[in-house]
Design a protein around this ligand. Structure first.
Ligand SMILES: Cc1ncc(COP(=O)(O)O)c(C=O)c1O
Length: 390
């Protein structure tokens, strides 16, 4: 299990320094400048009477441990856990529940999480009520005697609604509920939910943390030792761990997180502004826009607005035209990479959601989501302009 990073000498440093000097950046045995890849499934037991730090890689592996300590340090937690995907991390967190428990979840949650809660968890007799988490009254009204978890995503996907994290966690704590937040869109550079009282922070590290569309991974962080022990047991028993090579790749990507996020955001702001006055765009969703209803709350809990801009081009026909004509972004399911990625939630991430539910949540047939990459922003705009026009 991850070491206690609050005690780490690195804990007081600035974020950019922590990204480079996270504790395992120099191999103590050889001085090597990157974490060694311990490609081993098991470890020789030197003495049967004395316990060793590592004995079997599903339980723990030094390469994975370095990554787990790294993310715990960045999120301001004490215990980190690395999983085979974002969904594996999310599933592990829900495995802390028991049959008969109830979850309150933000309604515009990632499609995979929606499917997990709405199909697999229901078979285990764990029910979920989906609410507009920006409305505290809806959250309170959904509370039942068997509620155990409040699950948040802010900004939400794909309409970038903002939930007041501190307000939700303060209420949840009074009711004795566990709070879980998917921090994929913001990353610990922009938003550190543990500082606002969240119990478990989750990531699809496949996105900004990895940053290069070349690794599928999930991470979880907690600040509480008891919760850490429970999650460690789930991770070990489910066995949905991240392989060591992917751990190494992820750490390699994470070192440039701040630089990438800063550059992504500068371009995303430009794109959102430009789209706001485009004749073929009906609506733009981006927390950095002055007319975004959640902007003030977002600014209190986050250091930036992120790289994802969603916009409505009015119809499925025009959305398909844009997806077909763009030349710079990947047209794909994903986000958070060095290359721009354009996706169409209605037929991609939210395809499993019934159309009426999807429309109720503002995920219209004309909505597209642009994850702004590191290309030159003038080129991105010029490309999108030609794709939008007839
Ligand atoms: C916000 C969010 N959470 C979780 C996931 C799931 O992560 P993964 O695809 O790594 O399993 C995704 C994937 O798109 C996501 O966007």
């Amino acid at each position: 299990m991850a070491g206690n990073n609050n005690k780490s000498p690195h804990a007081n440093r600035q974020f950019a320094t922590k990204l480079i000097h996270f504790g395992a950046e120099i191999d103590p045995r050889t001085g090597a400048s990157s974490v060694p890849i311990y490609q081993a499934s098991t470890f020789h037991q030197f003495s049967l009477d004395e316990p060793q730090e590592y004995n079997y890689s599903r339980w723990g592996n030094p390469t994975r441990q370095a990554l787990e300590d790294y993310i715990a340090l960045l999120e301001g937690g004490t215990h980190g856990f690395a999983f085979a995907s974002g969904m594996a991390a999310i599933s592990a967190a829900f495995m802390l529940l028991s049959a008969g428990d109830h979850v309150i979840c933000t309604e515009d949650v990632y499609g995979g999480t929606y499917r997990l809660l709405n199909s697999i968890m229901t078979r285990m007799n764990i029910e979920t009520t989906f609410v507009d988490m920006t409305d505290l009254d809806q959250l309170k009204a959904a509370h039942k005697p068997n509620t155990k978890v409040v699950y948040l995503e802010t900004p939400s996907n794909p309409t970038l609604k903002i939930t007041n994290i501190a307000q939700v966690t303060a209420w949840a704590k009074k009711q004795g509920l566990l709070t879980i937040l998917d921090n994929t869109f913001m990353t610990p550079y922009h938003q550190r939910p543990i500082e606002f009282g969240v119990d478990i922070v989750l990531h699809s590290a496949t996105k900004f943390l990895g940053g290069h569309s070349d690794v599928t991974a999930g991470l979880a962080v907690v600040a509480d030792d008891t919760l850490g022990n429970q999650l460690m047991q789930v991770q070990n028993v489910l066995g949905t761990i991240l392989g060591v090579y992917d751990c190494w790749l992820l750490m390699r990507g994470m070192k440039t997180l701040q630089t990438r996020m800063e550059a992504h955001e500068i371009s995303a702001r430009r794109l959102a502004d430009w789209l706001s006055s485009h004749p073929f765009v009906d609506k733009v969703y981006y927390p950095g826009l002055p007319n975004h209803p959640g902007r003030e709350i977002h600014e209190k809990q986050s250091k930036g607005y992120g790289a994802v801009v969603s916009f409505d081009v009015g119809s499925e026909e025009r959305a398909k035209q844009v997806l077909g004509k763009v030349q710079i972004p990947l047209v794909a399911v994903s986000l958070g990479a060095v290359e721009s990625i354009l996706s169409y939630p209605a037929l991609m991430s939210h395809a499993a959601m019934p159309r009426e539910v999807r429309l109720e949540r503002g995920i219209t047939d004309g909505l597209v989501r642009y994850s702004v990459g590191l290309e030159n922003i003038d080129d991105i705009i010029e490309d999108l302009d030609q794709a939008l026009r007839d």
